[in-house]
Write a protein that binds this ligand. Structure first.
Ligand code: HEM
Length: 495
């Protein structure tokens, strides 16, 4: 055993030395950044569960761009709107790679998904298929709205069943999101108690734990630990196994009605069978792409709804204004619809502000340069990992005055209308350019329908007379996204 440990340490030292002395490091050395310690660099200076706070502190010190060194692995961090816009939009092709060479990502993504692969023609094609399946345009949109509305209503029934008493909302909200996603992915409606729903939730929880910032890092540094009973490796491989079984079963369900099925899997299966398809679609592509949508869609939406509850409890005046708008535009006798959106600027502004204020995907999904390039006046070589620090950018006081105050009004003009699209695009909660979020319109629609229905029926209040927990995202731990620790709410039925 001792021999293995010594060999492991030696290999690690060689690896770090090589990384420190290559040409890439010399180019990146010109970028400012906090001084680290030998061998480990800045690795021991960050709290992985609160890395967004460390990055915020360094942004104040170094400005739009700085570099970090994690035991020889260099990361360039972009913090200002201009630097992030330059990388994501102006030089989108240069920065469209993904930092996908870590062990955990390779196990999870099987080199076949969308989120963790470099941007190639095939990934572009798969993103197009995902969008077709998410049906966010044309006649199909009304179907997705119907699916969403019926699941939102079921979730509201669960809230009503709590009879104005305090309760943990997590299960009801998670089931609602998973059922919408499962139906959109497989084109089949599942009941709450269907085993797939429970299994997918378990897979998400397990994979989420190992892939989150504070866990499983040891596997990336020492992949050989998997041969020595590493617990995180076991959890990750079990989660992937269950994921593959459940999604293969969902595929079979989908194939039963393939002719009339326009779900995400349906679109992928048809592309797989099409002799003229521009890119071969494998079974693994179908499973990992579907898993991407569940993974990306669940944690982000749940995080937004949790943050929204905290913010509504902390700002009863804003909640009252939102309810007045819902009462005026929708009334009490019908479900809110997507067409109500344009007449509800205050709710739209509130949702944009929730996403800005929380910035719960704080460094987005890490990017990688695909060519030698530059940003914010510094050269960045091919193959460099780049983080877009959305958290710092969304709290930059020169862009958003009083950034730690929750103010939906910042997105409204003097007449109460939404500010221009150009102004709204200063918030980049869904990224931009080639790697922009596939689910942006889908997420915005679901969140709008959920909030409008919630506020039509309930007032969200703290569980007792004490003050509700802090909505400040600086206090949230980072898992896959920033998420507050579980808390209770009261959903008081409105007369
Ligand atoms: C509030 C909700 C959401 C937020 C804030 C959010 C945010 C993001 C962000 C920041 C990225 C990375 C952009 C970049 O790399 O620069 C991303 C990527 C992605 N998101 Fe979302 N997302 C949300 C909901 C969803 C939903 C509902 C789905 C699908 C059903 C989804 C699917 C994806 C996919 C597939 C990608 C990868 C795109 C790529 O790699 O090219 N997201 N999202």
């Amino acid at each position: 055993m001792l021999v293995y440990i010594l060999l492991g340490c030696f290999a690690f030292l060689m690896y770090v030395c090589l990384k420190y002395t290559n040409g890439k490091s010399r180019i990146i050395a010109k970028i400012p950044g906090p001084k680290g310690i030998p061998i480990f660099g800045n690795a021991l200076q960050v709290d992985l569960e609160r890395i967004h706070k460390d990055l915020l502190k360094w942004t104040e010190e170094y400005g739009p761009i700085f570099k970090l060194n994690f035991a020889g692995d260099l990361v360039v961090v972009l913090n200002s709107y201009d630097a992030i816009y330059e990388a994501l939009v102006t030089k989108s092709a240069d920065f469209a790679g993904r930092a996908n060479d870590t062990f955990r990502v390779q196990v999870l993504a099987e080199g076949a998904d969308v989120i963790f692969q470099d941007y190639t023609d095939k990934v572009k094609y798969m993103k197009k298929l995902m969008l077709q399946g998410l049906k966010m345009y044309g006649e199909e949109r009304s179907n997705i709205v119907k699916i969403t509305q019926s699941e939102v209503n079921l979730c509201m029934d669960k809230f009503a069943a709590e009879n104005n008493e305090p309760f943990y909302y997590d299960d009801a909200v998670e089931t609602m999101i998973l059922k919408i996603l499962a139906e959109v992915i497989a084109g089949v409606q599942f009941k709450d108690e269907h085993p797939y729903i429970k299994q997918i939730a378990e897979v998400q929880a397990k994979a989420g734990r190992v892939m989150s910032a504070g866990n499983g890092v040891e596997l990336d540094m020492f992949p050989w630990l998997r041969f020595f009973g590493n617990q995180n490796y076991k959890i990750l491989t079990e989660a992937c196994k269950t994921r593959n079984i459940v999604l293969a079963d969902m595929r079979k369900e989908c194939e039963k009605s393939i002719e009339s099925n326009h779900s995400v899997m349906g679109v992928f299966i048809k592309a797989q069978r099409d002799p003229l398809t521009p890119h071969q679609i494998s079974d693994s592509n179908i499973i990992t792409a579907s898993a991407n949508l569940i993974g990306a869609g669940l944690t982000t939406t749940k995080g937004t709804i949790s943050g929204l509850f905290l913010l509504l409890m902390r700002h009863p005046d804003i909640q009252t204004k939102l309810q007045e708008e819902v009462d005026q535009v929708v009334g009490k006798d019908r479900n809110p619809s997507v067409d109500d959106k344009e007449n509800m600027p205050y709710l739209q502004a509130t949702l944009i502000e929730v996403l800005r204020y929380l910035s719960h995907v704080p460094i987005s999904v890490p990017h990688k340069t695909l060519v030698d390039t530059s940003v914010a006046g510094y050269d960045v070589p091919k193959g460099t990992q780049v983080w877009t620090n959305i958290f710092a950018m969304h709290h930059d006081p020169s862009l958003f005055p009083d950034p730690w105050q929750f103010k939906p009004e910042r997105w409204l003009d003097d007449d109460g209308y939404l500010v221009s699209l150009e102004e709204r695009n200063k918030a980049i909660s869904f990224g931009a350019g080639r790697r922009v979020c596939v689910g942006e319109q889908f997420a915005r629609t679901r969140l709008f329908l959920f909030c409008a229905t919630l506020l039509q029926k309930f007032t969200i209040s703290p569980p007792d007379d004490s003050q509700s927990p802090s909505p400040d995202p600086r206090d949230f731990p980072l898992g896959i996204v920033l998420h507050p620790v579980p808390f209770q709410i009261k959903a008081i039925a409105r007369q």
